[in-house]
Design a protein around this ligand. Structure first.
Ligand SMILES: [Ca+2]
Ligand SMILES: [Ca+2]
Length: 346
């Protein structure tokens, strides 16, 4: 998503003439403000306490009318139960906490229901400009594309603005990952953790997570199907370039087209979280720089507290279970054959 300020700097007075400059890619489940003449989203949902927020509490309740809903709106079918790989970047020391570094490099901290308030109940990704920290989480049952949000990612921010951001990606085969379309509309560095490093959640979309501890950022697999269709419609395959009306960068489109073919939206088995080094060198899906607190210390980078599954697919039978089931079927078949009239040896 190109930034409004860039367009305005070209010629604000001519905005009417730029009416169809971009085809917007709009959030499916989240509040946004669209600048209609340019086709650019200029604001997304706010943080907890803001009525526009779309956060999901770790008990499935959502914020409305100044507080949490009386009953859960979402029912978590399960939570991450395993870790396929964990590649922490540097700098994890635990300094400034009551714990040592080892307390923050245990992936099992992100298994099960996300914490509601224990900021140490996380696995930390660390911070490295050239080799970003990442983790791949697994589940007892696949995630599928049902109505609305299909899963939610939880971080441990203490407030609405100290946001350590990461890309969220999914995979069926564990090899090819598809990144959710993401947008960062801020244009200035936000500083380090020493000087607050505050961010504005209304300028952030689909990066994990823009909500504070206890609240998850929802992800809808349908957005990947929509992004794929959008990418095909805004891509010149002969020149491998994005059309001028595209809010996606050529890099994002080419990566999406390459990996989407391996994704089964009804059977997502892996979620990968990739930390963002927030000095502006890492780019969003529009090709714009992303800023978050940088550098950070002690527990640098994204801190994963959990991934909750909202729409679960069918469980894949374990080989042992499958063999047992096959044995039962065979035994039943043999009994039926024996009992069938006219089949005896006479
Ligand atoms: Ca969905
Ligand atoms: Ca951190």
């Amino acid at each position: 998503m190109k930034k409004l300020s860039i367009i305005c700097s070209l010629c604000l007075a001519c905005s009417a003439a730029l009416a169809s400059l971009y085809d917007p890619f709009l959030p499916k489940n989240e509040y946004y403000v669209l600048e209609p003449t340019l086709g650019l989203v200029i604001s997304f949902a706010g943080g907890i306490g803001d009525e526009t927020n779309a956060a999901i509490a770790n008990n499935g309740k959502v914020w409305k009318n100044g507080g949490l809903s009386a009953e859960p709106v979402y029912e978590f079918a399960g939570w991450a139960t395993g870790c396929a790989s964990y590649n922490p970047a540097g700098g994890i020391s635990g300094s400034g906490t009551d714990y040592g570094a080892d307390a923050f490099t245990d992936p099992s901290k992100a298994f099960g229901r996300a914490t509601g308030g224990d900021t140490s109940d996380v696995v930390v990704l660390g911070e490295d400009k050239d080799n970003p920290g990442s983790i791949v989480m697994t589940f007892d049952v696949p995630i599928r594309n049902g109505d609305g949000y299909d899963f939610a990612v939880f971080e441990n921010s203490l407030n609405n603005t100290f946001l350590e951001l990461a890309f969220v990606e999914v995979s069926t085969d564990g090899e090819h990952f598809v990144r959710f379309p993401n947008f960062y509309l801020g244009t200035s560095p936000v500083g380090s953790d020493i000087d607050a490093g505050d961010n504005d959640p209304t300028l952030i979309y689909n990066l994990g997570s823009k909500y504070m501890i206890g609240y998850g950022n929802g992800y809808d697999l349908q957005e990947l199907a929509d992004a794929y269709d959008y990418a095909l419609a805004h891509w010149d395959a002969e020149t491998s370039t994005a059309l001028s009306s595209s809010v996606f960068s050529a890099d994002y489109i080419s990566d999406l087209l390459e990996n989407y073919q391996y994704l089964d939206l009804e059977s997502v088995n892996y979620v990968r979280i990739v930390d963002i080094y927030g000095d502006g060198s890492v780019l969003d899906s529009a090709g714009n720089p992303i800023y978050d607190a940088c550098p950070t210390h002690g527990t640098p980078g994204f801190d994963l507290s959990g991934i909750g599954v909202i729409n679960a697919g069918a469980a894949v039978p374990e080989p042992a279970d499958f063999a047992l089931a096959l044995g039962i079927v065979c035994a039943t078949y043999m009994l039926v054959r024996r009992a069938a009239p006219g089949r005896g040896r006479g």
